[in-house]
Design a protein around this ligand. Structure first.
Ligand code: NAP
Length: 452
């Protein structure tokens, strides 16, 4: 069985690749295990030097990587360049992390240290929205900690990951391998006895299924899953100052970002002003093929996502909600959906209750923030949340109420290499980024010297 990689802006096949069979998965794990045996012997500083060389390689291939991302994922070239820039930044951050033993006690009686050791071969399974960046998020902390990695990219967007594997292996052969395909390759990889950890980013059903497959072996697991992030705009919010940030938080990467703003609750006194500003920004987008100069807004990545998001928009229109979107330019033949604002949607609509993961934002007016928080806090998901407004007791109260892994104030969807990021409830397990995320790629060994 083969994989056709489709350009979502043209629906044309960019490249056809073979899915990996179980034997090829076993070979990839065996190569990674062999590489692990020498890689683990290196000091943390030596591994840091290698990661900086990999970052240099990514920088040297930035244009090629960005072109691959546009052709397989659809985002505009400047956003793809930003993704490559993020990949470099995360790689260099991990390169510089130190891995010295932590001294817990050094008294007359004893000296106790915590050592952090690598796990072995780590399996990484990635989605199609930020294919290079999310692969880097998985791979670089795992490598820095002394592990080797086998990555399984989404079948929709494998090309930039394959190029990344080339770059890494040019610096350190065998350290990073890849396998291709969904269930067969993916499940053979995560259940392989020599794989000691799974780091997965994708949908909640797939993530929980894979976690259940490896639970009996007590393998480590980090899951970054779906979300349905709410933003609350308070009555005292400065709309002129914040509207463009709110727009970007929702429509970044055509809304296909796990931690994007997906439901916006706005105090009625600011509702029309904010909706008008969001609609103006949507109208200013240049929708088209991400390779064309001047294009600011690309297609969604695949047909399933296109069908899902357009059906949610249709349902909203049928419900009598006001659906506002600019006309698409003529002559486009890809999975294009214009940035869409939905005013006054009923709260039970799918576009409000379920994750859209696409370029549509339901905007819901409210009068009483205490009441609206009952809807804003999602029963199942808790990845990110935000509150927009001036400092006040009300703002503090909303921050306290939100139960997500991250709460942003006057911002949303900002992720940084040194700040831990992860979801609560069905949005995830464990954490990525920062020292905390790095440590998820290690096992702890407590070393206790008795001095008496
Ligand atoms: P998905 O269908 O769960 O796929 C994610 C990955 O899992 C792909 O590589 C896929 O491979 C693989 N996969 C699917 N079934 C598998 C199986 N049985 N065994 C092993 N691997 C399997 O999710 P998606 O559609 O790519 O991504 C969209 C979802 O991801 C959204 O819900 C979004 O919220 C979430 N997401 C979360 C974050 C976060 O950080 N929290 C970030 C990005 C996306 P194939 O492509 O070959 O099927």
């Amino acid at each position: 069985m083969q994989i056709d990689v489709i350009n979502p802006a043209t629906k044309r096949v960019v490249e056809t690749l073979n899915r990996s069979n179980v034997e090829e998965v076993n070979d990839a794990v065996a190569t990674a295990l062999q590489s692990f045996e020498t890689w683990r012997q290196k000091t943390s500083e030596e591994r840091g030097v290698v990661l900086h060389a990999i970052a240099d390689g990514i920088e040297a291939s930035a244009t090629e990587l960005a072109n691959l991302i546009v052709s397989e994922q659809g985002k505009p070239l400047p956003v793809a360049m930003m993704e490559v820039g993020g990949a470099v930044a995360w790689t260099r951050y991990n390169a510089d992390l130190s891995q010295k033993p932590e001294v817990l006690e050094d008294s007359e009686e004893r000296r106790v240290e915590v050592h952090r050791l690598p796990l072995g071969v780590v399996a990484s399974i990635t989605p199609w929205n930020w294919p290079l960046m999310i692969a880097i998020w998985h791979i670089m902390p795992a490598l820095k900690a002394g592990n080797s990695v086998v990555v399984k990219p989404s079948s929709n967007t494998p090309l930039s990951t394959i190029k990344l594997v080339d770059i890494v292996c040019e610096v350190e052969p065998g350290l990073l391998g890849f396998v291709l395909g969904g269930k067969v390759a993916g499940e053979a990889l995560v259940t392989h006895p020599d794989v000691k950890k799974l780091v997965f980013t994708g949908s909640t059903p797939t993530g929980t299924h894979l976690a259940s497959l490896i639970a009996k072996d007590l393998k480590k697991v980090t899951l970054e899953l779906g979300g349905n992030d709410a933003g609350i705009v308070l009555a005292n919010a400065d709309i002129d100052k914040l509207a463009s940030k709110i727009y970007m938080s929702a429509f970044i990467n055509m809304g296909q970002t796990c931690a994007a703003l997906k439901r916006l609750y706005v105090h009625r006194s600011k509702y029309d002003a904010l909706c008008n500003a969001l609609v103006d920004m949507a109208k200013a987008e240049v929708v088209g093929n991400g390779m064309e100069e001047g294009v600011t807004f690309g297609p969604v990545q695949n047909k399933n996502q296109y069908d899902l998001v357009t059906s949610m928009i249709r349902q909203a229109r049928d419900s009598g909600s006001e659906v506002i979107a600019p006309e698409l330019p003529e002559g486009l033949d890809g999975y294009f959906i214009a940035p869409t604002i939905i005013k006054n949607p009923p709260l039970e609509l799918s576009v409000v209750c379920d994750e859209q993961f696409g370029p549509v934002l339901p905007v819901i007016p409210y009068d009483d923030v205490k009441e609206v928080m009952k809807d804003a806090i999602h029963k199942e998901f808790a990845l990110g949340g935000s509150v927009w407004g001036e400092e006040s007791d009300e703002l503090d109260w909303v921050v306290e109420q939100l139960d997500s892994g991250t709460v942003w104030i006057n911002n949303h969807a900002e992720v940084l290499p040194h700040i831990p990021f992860g979801g609560n409830k069905l949005s995830g397990l464990g954490v990525e980024f920062g020292v905390e995320g790095f440590l998820e790629n290690t096992r702890r060994k407590v070393v206790s010297y008795s001095k008496k």
